[in-house]
Design a binder for this molecule. Structure first.
Ligand SMILES: *Cc1c(COP(=O)(O)O)cnc(C)c1O
Length: 221
């Protein structure tokens, strides 16, 4: 997409999203120049799927925006993730959580994290099943250098908002349950769900964080 249309897309989304919804640009496969254009247009949060590519992008674009990890976190990348990101949206294992906590502790940093929910119950996919979320969330309460701030879900791949809705609803129910579960050291307030084709349905179902790539930057090559 041309710089002009990225600027227009950011402007339009910022104008039309409800004010309680945080827009996170999904930057995978994009160039630093494309993301810079979006930032200059008013974007404040950038999500990246890959730790190494995020590092390059952060080095080139700086830290005036918030950087979110939105791809799967492998345990051997926990140190880099601790250094680079302002939020990890995709925590789904206790072992990775412990590693991330240890590296954040060494840096004197508290990392906001979301637990990724595998709302479609798809065995090959990342995330914890909704009925496992409470257990992981409670254990996260023991880790002093992570702060649980909510949930994230992808749901089964679909461009059809009505097909995505039940998975958003399940995640919302899990979110409401965790909010009142009395988890120590937690501040459960972010529900990250919805992408370019499904974000309106996600917001209807309670999302207050949306991750959008195509609608901002155009189709991926
Ligand atoms: C790519 C991606 C998005 C955005 O997808 P679009 O359909 O391009 O808006 C959102 N979340 C995650 C985790 C992604 O990998």
């Amino acid at each position: 997409m041309s710089a002009h249309s990225i600027t227009d897309a950011v402007e339009e989304l910022c104008r039309t999203l409800p004010s309680h919804v945080t827009l996170v640009a999904a930057a995978k496969t994009r160039t630093p120049d494309e993301v810079r254009t979006a930032i200059e247009g008013g974007l404040t949060h950038v999500g990246h799927n890959y730790v190494q590519e995020a590092e390059k992008m952060i080095n080139s674009l700086g830290r005036d925006v918030k950087w979110h990890l939105i791809g799967h976190l492998q345990r051997n990348k926990a140190k880099k993730a601790a250094e680079l990101f302002d939020m990890v949206e995709t925590l789904d294992s206790w072992r990775t959580a412990q590693a991330l906590d240890r590296h954040c502790g060494a840096m004197g940093k508290i990392m906001p994290v979301l637990v990724e929910i595998n709302s479609g119950l798809e065995p090959a996919k990342a995330g914890v099943f909704p009925d496992e979320a409470d257990d992981l969330a409670m254990r996260l309460g023991e880790l002093r250098h992570l702060r649980l701030e909510g949930l994230m879900t992808m749901g089964p791949v679909t461009d059809e908002p009505e097909e995505a809705r039940p998975y958003f609803r399940t995640t919302r129910e899990t979110f409401e349950r965790l909010k009142t579960a009395g988890i120590p050291n937690a501040d459960v307030r972010w529900l990250s769900m919805g992408m370019s084709s499904t974000y309106r349905a996600a917001i209807d179902e309670g999302a207050n964080m949306v991750r959008i790539g195509t609608k901002l930057f155009g189709d991926r090559a």
